[in-house]
Design a protein around this ligand. Sequence first.
Ligand SMILES: [Zn+2]
Length: 429
Amino acid sequence: MISARTAGIAEAQELSDLSSNPSRTLRVDYIFSGTDRSQEISLDEMSCFDGWAGRTVNMDMVPVRGNGQISLTDAAGGQVLYRQSFSTLFQEWQTTEEATRLRKSFENVFLLPMPSSRAVVKVELYDFRGGVSASLSHVVDPADVLIRKQVPGNVPNEYILESGDPKECIDVAIVAEGYTSDEIETFYEDARKAVDAILSHRPFGEYRDRFNFVAVALTSSESGVSVPGEGDWKDTALKSHFNTFYMDRYLTTLRLKNLHDRLTGIPYEHIIILANTDTYGGGGIYNSYTLTTAHHKAFEPVVVHEFGHSFAGLADEYYYDDQFVEYYYPDCEPWEQNITTLYDFASKWEDMLPRTVSLPSPTPEIPIWDETGNGMNSLIGVYEGAGYQSKGVYRPYPDCRMKTNSPKAFCPVCQRAIARIIDFHTVGE
Ligand SMILES: [Zn+2]
């Protein structure tokens, strides 16, 4: 189903009963700054706009811990009105060599339901072991005159899949980056390809009626994206560039305030940015955004892989032998559902193991994938090498969409994790 519209906004509703039926969005912008061993959170700006596209169930819970959390608590009654877990580019940067000799700052933007009375916002960042590494609490008074009223943009957009009310569905904005006004039809085609690729992966297809996908046609004055490593800087809508953290293939945008400014007026809670280039690259940050290149031959598997990060908080199941920093420790269980250190394996896919398995499981030589995915469960095991580490971190399957571009599917453990996240967003207690 495709329907064109300019700026869709849920109609303002009664101000009462906001905790279960928010009608406005509070946007809170922060600066996260620090080095490899220090981190500080500072409030940048608060703003608001009509409508709420976030979830309306499980408001006071998080589905996974994440690398940080933000919560909104009623100041008078102490009731938790909303919680959200997330990961950040800042924390990823903290693991780079550059962070050992430089202090840098990163923009972060969060969307919360606007409280009806004074509330406390608390932001926390976690270290590799799950301990709180930075924390900031501040009061939000809905009558605060400095909460800026965001003006909805008038960006052309088109629904690729419109399953229902933004309050009930998971709203994914697919955003154009590096497409000139002459290339917008190409962008819509690319957006349709991305949605088809996601929905062709189980379990997304089975839950298609819980998703809205809207393609947002931002135009750039130049075609393509910046490649600083080749001295090529372009003027594009979202100011994305390759060579993030000096890594050739790492394409990100650091201008999150600009990204969210440009989306004002569109109901959205998850973001997929499509970059108009054929160079391989991209990234996905849990509850922040996915950014992938639309014209590389691996576009379809990559956009699904990155959405696995940004939507479902899945870990990479691949590994290196020379990682700069160790992310996972034997005395701590990672929060990502598809990897384990075996410290608390019962909290992971132990219940899905088909039989007694050897640790680690030997990689099988028989074919892993069949067209239908039937019979995959018999190969669920504990395979060493995942989460960038060749030792001490284990993955559930020989191969998976979260490991390489060749499989046709997510492994059964990732499929279950994605289904749980979809249910968390859409099914109340
Ligand atoms: Zn997997």
